[in-house]
Ligand binder design. Structure first.
Ligand SMILES: Nc1nc2c(c(=O)[nH]1)N[C@H]1C(S)=C(S)[C@@H](COP(=O)(O)OP(=O)(O)OC[C@H]3O[C@@H](n4cnc5c(=O)[nH]c(N)nc54)[C@H](O)[C@@H]3O)O[C@H]1N2
Ligand SMILES: Nc1nc2c(c(=O)[nH]1)N[C@H]1C(S)=C(S)[C@@H](COP(=O)(O)OP(=O)(O)OC[C@H]3O[C@@H](n4cnc5c(=O)[nH]c(N)nc54)[C@H](O)[C@@H]3O)O[C@H]1N2
Ligand code: SF4
Ligand SMILES: [Mo]
Length: 687
């Protein structure tokens, strides 16, 4: 018998960071259960977490590097040989086309600072500014919104809150840990308000549910702001001392009468009254969260800015039960933007989306596809991609496929053969989260979590990939650490803690006590209370005005979503995409039989009257077509309460029903460049 052990570590089947007990026998995980001591999930885990046993031991798991031969077939190759060839090809591309003709792309599979920063470090070390990630379709738009207002991303203090507002997010499926926090707040009496286009799992639990027309949330937010000001349910002291732009906010809000809001959003004025009544009772303990329902819109950044200004004028910012403004662990960073900004090499998208680049250093994945196909403004030929599956997850899959096939070199690192990996010249098998060491933080809990190499199949870690390529490309000095353990120690150094310290509590090493009302302490000490250009909460952003982006003013004005402006008559239905399924994660986990068998294909959720008009019933096949493509899928007629008539919903990530074949890559938010994944004009035909 080989070794048996139970290790306490962190689940990485999604981004929640649940603590798990992984039972390992003979270098193989045999059982996973929740870690009862975890400061986050306290023993509870979801079906994805426990199904990792099947996923990680899957017969299809990639164990050997693969290289595509001249016939387009994959053949096994030794890792060192593959690494030598990849590095040589990347160097040749740079020599022939320029240093910026290569790039790196990290996906949600390693969605985390340490691994992400390795990719950023590597690409700058080898002389190109072109770093891409899933974050041009996730998170960055919200990051920009909150950052513009507060200089940080405040987190809802649900558990101490008296009023919880959820905009376009469905925590029971997408954020199980937050759902626990929401439940804790509600047990203590918090009112729950849900604003969604669909009657979702969280909507069913709400005290106030507001069904809204897609893409119109900011008009509702402005209506609420107007009413809060009219009834004087605002925090004068906070507004006076800690914000700029209140007069401009007040003036713009006046347009949003109950009638105008109803006309735009379909929401009756009585809901605004109910919301403001609840705010009046709860303030300043008002907490909110805006999800992808707002982010995946052509006016997403401004919508989210407007929504969060409700919390700000209610005085909730940095207050217990309101919006926490966490401070980090103080670990070292890995990026080298100060030393090698490489702006002269024109990071892709930096000119068109200057706010995104300045604040996030994200190149634009949708523009990358156009650039590969056109070689304008300069050729782009080589891409190293890890933990991403953009053929299923980026807008306009047909263009993604065309572009990836044009590359001289595509390297994909993954645990499995994916729809994207099929386009690769080299596939490198990835070490999983039980096979590497890294540290994570939850700053709202002031907790750090360490993982380790609990299983060793000799698979290459993310660190070994980037170190190995850098060494072969004359940039090895940037990766002096022997392995990810040495790297982690270096990252931790400024905190005063070591890996050994963190290991004393893998269920969550508490590094500090959360401090509320930091802005008051900072102001008293003569420090900037908020990390914005003015040092205050910016209800008006001069920074944005100075960027001169067409149609944008300093307050987050309401702009009609693109589908209202474009109004393409031949595409009469409005398609929302990407509503989360608990058992799946984007393109992942369709290969776990116990998850897959209950939901083997994608389906179009449709209002019963629309189904009747189209002459379709449950299980029928339909073709969904937009200006750029079409996809065949199944019909799922939902209750009339569950969706807007005229709107349909389809989740992404299904290979045969890949809804991103119809999502536009050219209908984007003017600040963040995010595609409008939640409001696509389509036509539907029975087939
Ligand atoms: N239409 C539509 N499209 C969307 C969305 C939507 O709502 N609607 N949502 C968008 C959002 S929010 C996001 S975040 C993106 C996500 O888009 P992607 O980043 O493409 O995410 P995944 O499909 O999860 O792909 C992650 C890949 O990483 C692999 N992986 C897992 N663990 C590891 C690891 O440890 N190492 C390595 N190297 N690989 C690993 C998995 O096998 C998987 O193939 O999708 C976006 N796409
Ligand atoms: N199980 C599971 N969990 C996940 C993921 C997953 O793939 N699977 N993905 C993770 C990732 S990377 C992300 S980014 C998060 C996303 O997490 P969430 O943002 O919470 O995503 P959803 O649960 O899809 O909720 C989005 C909601 O927005 C609604 N909506 C659509 N358009 C509008 C609109 O115009 N206005 C309003 N108010 N609502 C609208 C949709 O009906 C949907 O209910 O989830 C994370 N958690
Ligand atoms: S929610 Fe599920 S998949 Fe996500 S970390 Fe927790 S157990 Fe893992
Ligand atoms: Mo995401």
């Amino acid at each position: 018998m080989g070794e048996k052990k139970v290790v306490k570590t962190t689940c990485r089947m999604c981004g929640t960071l649940c603590g798990i007990d992984a039972h390992i026998e003979d270098n193989k995980v045999v059982h996973i259960e929740g870690n009862k001591d975890s400061v986050l999930n306290k023993g509870r885990i979801c079906i994805k977490g426990s199904s990792a046993v099947t996923w990680l031991n899957h017969q299809d798991r990639l164990m050997k590097p693969l290289k595509k031969n001249e016939n387009g077939e994959f053949e096994e190759i030794e890792l060192e040989q593959a690494m030598d060839e990849i590095a040589e090809k990347l160097l040749n591309i740079q020599k022939k086309y320029g240093d910026n003709a290569i790039g790196v792309w990290k996906g949600e599979g390693i969605d985390f600072a340490q691994q992400e920063e390795l990719a950023r470090r590597w690409i700058h070390a080898v002389g190109s500014p072109n770093y891409f990630s899933n974050d041009t379709q996730c998170f960055a738009s919200r990051y920009l919104s909150f950052n513009l207002v507060y200089g940080c991303w405040p987190q809802a203090d649900y558990e101490n809150s008296k009023m919880i507002i959820n905009w376009g997010t469905n925590a029971p499926l997408s954020h199980s840990y937050w759902m626990q926090q929401i439940n804790m707040g509600r047990e203590k009496g918090a009112t729950l308000v849900v604003i969604d286009t669909r009657y979702t799992e969280i909507a069913r639990q709400a005290d106030i549910f507001i069904k809204i027309k897609p893409g119109t949330d900011s008009a509702l937010a402005w209506g609420i702001i107007r009413e809060m000001i009219r009834r004087d349910e605002i925090d004068h002291e906070f507004i006076e001392n800690f914000t700029v732009g209140f007069p401009e906010l007040k003036e713009y809000a006046q347009e949003f009468t109950f009638e105008r809001v109803e006309e735009i959003t379909g929401v009756e004025g009585k809901y605004i009254t109910m919301m403001v009544d609840a705010i009046a009772k709860a303030r300043p303990c008002v907490s909110s969260w805006a999800g992808t329902g707002l982010e995946h819109q052509s006016n997403g950044v401004n919508s989210i800015r407007a929504v969060t200004m409700i919390d700000a004028i209610a005085g909730a910012t940095d207050r217990k039960g309101g919006m926490k403004t966490p401070s980090g662990f103080g670990m070292r960073g890995l990026t080298i933007y100060d030393e090698k900004p490489l702006l002269e090499l024109k990071p892709i998208g930096a000119e068109k989306y200057p706010v995104l680049y300045e604040r996030r250093q994200e190149c634009h994945t949708l523009m990358l596809m156009d650039q590969i196909l056109s070689s304008k403004p300069y050729p782009f030929k080589g891409l190293v991609m890890t933990a991403a599956n953009p053929v299923l997850t980026n807008a306009n899959s047909n263009k993604v496929e065309a572009a990836l096939s044009e590359l001289d070199l595509l390297v994909v690192k993954d645990l499995f053969m994916t729809e994207t990996a099929k386009f690769a010249d080299y596939i490198l098998p990835a070490a999983s989260y039980l096979e590497r060491e890294e540290v994570f933080c939850n700053s709202a809990k002031q907790a750090a979590f360490i993982t380790g190499k609990h299983i060793d199949n000799g698979l290459q870690t993310e660190y070994e990939l980037f170190k190995g390529l850098a060494e072969r490309m004359n940039a090895g000095d940037y990766f002096p650490w022997k392995d990810d353990h040495e790297l982690t120690e270096w990252l931790l150094e400024p905190t005063g803690y070591t890996v050994a310290d963190l290991k004393t509590n893998p269920s969550g090493f508490i590094f500090g006590e959360y401090e509320y009302e930091k802005h008051i302490r900072k102001a008293a000490n003569g420090e900037k209370p908020f990390n914005t250009p003015t040092g205050k909460v910016e209800l008006f952003s001069q920074y944005l005005v100075d960027k001169g982006i067409e149609g944008l003013d300093g307050v987050p004005e309401y702009h009609a979503p693109a589908y209202v402006k474009n109004n393409e008559k031949e595409y009469p239905y409005l398609l929302m995409t990407g509503a989360r399924k608990q058992k799946y994660f984007h393109g992942r986990y369709r290969n776990i039989p116990q998850l897959y068998k209950s939901e083997p294909h994608g389906a179009l959720e449709i209002h019963p009257e629309d189904a009747k008009e189209l002459g379709v019933k449950n299980g029928d096949r339909v073709r969904v077509t937009s200006r750029i493509g079409s996809v065949d899928t199944y019909v799922e007629v939902v209750h009339k309460k569950e969706i807007y008539k005229g709107a349909v919903q389809h989740t992404h990530g299904f290979v045969n029903e890949n809804i991103n074949r119809v999502t536009y890559d050219d209908v984007t938010d003017s600040i963040s460049g995010f595609p409008s994944l939640k409001a696509v004009q389509v036509k539907i035909e029975k087939i």
